[in-house]
Design a protein around this ligand. Structure first.
Ligand SMILES: [Zn+2]
Ligand SMILES: [Zn+2]
Length: 598
């Protein structure tokens, strides 16, 4: 007989770890308890030493599918006796140190249930289990327990409670468990906020009717509201572009199945895996030359040979697709330049001029997230994350900075912003938060940052900001540093990109020198000039800028960094052949104005 304590850190909450430990303990005839703490999962084990070691091996080598173990400790402790194995109440007496579990796409078992007329969750749009459902988007406080999420107001009915209590059930200890009798209510409203129906079947049927008639439907998803339109209806898409003030940027399309995607686009093995993964991102695919005429290619991605597609990742989208059966255009519910709306009243007020109907529900979203967007590089088939958000956020660098005990906050840049937090050796990278020149995006940046600092009870000792003094995030970082009494470190924009690549690729402690080539438009240089493209070396934790593009005239403020044609013009002004090539990128008026300026 022996007793051990196992402490596991990482992404171990909201992934079914406690029920998994319970079943494993029963199987191996080990007694003790398992509990969620704010620093991970704690397991006390007592029984024959061989069995405890088997438990340890299974729990750390074959944990639940969505768990990610970063560190663990396994120690023999003083003999303790327990009558059986139990899941005991969570504790919150330790300093928060957890990887937050991202939102998980609908699993196959839940998908089957909602489509099965004999199942009690038939057509229930908020079906979840320990393998799937919202996590990061609903968590208000650690540890991950229902009472600290926006599931709190929904009390489980007797059959749900039974599932929750039963170790053999898939929903044993599932914090998001609910059913049509006790769960979240769907509602269909018109764009004046007037209730049309609360019946699930009616809401879904009327949504289909609306789409059929070219209407634009605004639907509350996991990280915020989505705008939907019939992807085969040219007029509906034009209308959406007009109302959203989005003349040309491409839209994503939600498809009913991978087979249907194949009819319109080329899908590789990696792309299919990503589309069907639990993260369920938008994947950019190449259009097929002869795609099915039904989808309005020219209106969806004007002038591009690619289309962003995704598969239904929530029960609601799966139910909608089960009825509609055709591609639906799906885009973030925002106005051009503003962030995705995630609070009901905001969405209803601001998107009423865009949408004809709203499909909403009475569960709150804590932090906004768009759909993530990825693509694969054509030759190496490497995954490139274009927008890191739902399903991936908040991510962390895969190689924790072991031994670091300080808390550091990095505020990020101005465009396509996100921030990172180093805490207890883990690096958390926020979701994509949009361009910070927009007031609403700034508010959304603050909401997300405050939330993460609050979750981890974190007080940064150091705040890293971009060298550019006028960036919103730099100013906000300086202010935060004053409030926390933290030091401020400035970093040049291109150097920050190089550091990020080094971190992501585990090269921070690389013994050999590393060459970094950073081409990223313009950035404020530490010599006061405008930098345009750098060659850095990194060796023994020191950087050197060894080469760079020649300095060139910078005009028209930030318009310059947003329009590569202006950079090209400025760079090539003394090369007549290049200037000729550039001419048709401008109108005549622009051309005469800009050429006079340079
Ligand atoms: Zn599930
Ligand atoms: Zn229930």
């Amino acid at each position: 007989m022996a007793s051990f304590h196992l402490h596991i850190e990482g992404q171990v909450q909201g992934v079914g770890f406690r029920p998994f430990a319970y079943r494993l303990a029963k199987k191996l005839n080990v007694r003790g308890w398992v509990s969620n703490g704010t620093d991970g999962v704690h397991i006390a084990l007592t029984g024959p030493e061989g069995n405890i070691r088997k438990f340890y091996h299974e729990a750390t080598v074959h944990p639940p599918a969505n768990a990610r173990i970063m560190r663990h400790s396994f120690e023999e402790v003083q003999d303790a006796d327990y009558p059986d194995f139990q899941i005991v109440e969570s504790t919150s007496d330790t300093s928060p140190n957890l990887l937050l579990t991202p939102d998980l796409g609908l699993c196959d078992a839940c998908r089957q249930e909602i489509l099965d007329p004999l199942n009690r969750r038939h057509n229930y749009a908020f079906t979840t289990c320990t393998d799937c459902g919202p996590r990061y988007s609903i968590i208000q406080q650690l540890p991950y327990d229902r009472e600290y999420t926006t599931m709190r107001p929904f009390e489980q009915c007797a059959p749900c409670q039974d599932e929750y209590n039963h170790p053999e059930n898939r929903r044993y200890f599932s914090q998001t468990n609910s059913c049509p009798a006790c769960g979240i209510e769907l509602a269909l409203l018109n764009n004046e906020g007037k209730l049309i129906s609360k019946s699930q079947d009616v809401v879904i049927a009327l949504t289909c009717t609306g789409l059929e008639h070219g209407k634009i439907v605004c639907l509350k998803g996991i990280g915020g509201y989505l705008l939907l339109a019939d992807a085969s209806n040219e007029d509906a898409i034009k209308l959406l572009r007009e109302r959203k003030h989005r003349p040309a940027k491409p839209f994503a399309v939600l498809y009913p199945s991978i087979e249907r995607i194949r009819e319109d686009a080329h899908v590789s093995r990696e792309e299919e895996e990503a589309l069907c993964s639990i993260e369920a991102p938008i994947v950019l695919l190449k259009w097929k030359e002869h795609h099915r005429a039904a989808v309005c290619r020219r209106q969806i991605s004007p002038g591009l040979n690619k289309i962003g597609v995704m598969l239904p990742y929530t029960p609601l989208l799966a139910l909608l697709m089960d009825k509609w059966k055709k591609p639906i255009l799906a885009t973030s519910g925002n106005l051009s330049g503003s962030p995705i709306y995630f609070q009901d009243q905001d969405a209803l007020t601001n998107l009423a001029p865009v949408a004809d109907f709203f499909v909403t529900n009475n569960r709150n979203i804590v932090v906004p997230q768009d759909d993530s967007v990825i693509q694969f590089s054509p030759i190496a088939r490497q995954r490139i994350v274009i927008r890191r958000s739902r399903g991936y956020a908040p991510t962390f660098l895969p190689h924790p900075m072991i031994g670091r005990t300080d808390t550091v906050l990095a505020m990020g840049g101005e465009m396509k912003s996100s921030f990172s937090l180093l805490r207890q050796g883990n690096v958390y990278v926020s979701q994509y938060l949009g361009d910070l020149e927009n007031y609403h995006t700034q508010a959304s940046y603050h909401t997300t940052l405050d939330h993460l600092l609050h979750l981890f009870n974190a007080s940064p000792e150091k705040v890293i900001v971009d060298l550019h003094p006028a960036y919103f995030a730099s100013a906000a970082g300086r202010k935060l540093a004053r409030n926390f009494g933290a030091g401020v470190v400035t970093v040049q924009h291109h150097l920050a990109h190089f550091c990020a690549v080094l971190g992501e690729n585990k090269l921070l402690n690389c013994p050999d020198p590393v060459l970094g080539v950073i081409w990223d438009g313009t950035g404020w240089g530490d010599d006061g000039g405008v930098w345009g493209g750098e060659f850095f070396t990194y060796s023994h934790h020191a950087f050197e800028r060894i080469e760079h593009l020649p300095y060139y005239d910078h005009l028209l403020g930030d318009k310059f960094s947003r329009e590569p044609r202006l950079c090209a013009l400025s760079l090539c002004k003394d090369v007549p052949e290049a200037v000729t090539l550039l001419k048709d990128k401008f109108t005549e008026k622009e051309w005469s104005l800009y050429t006079r300026m340079i």
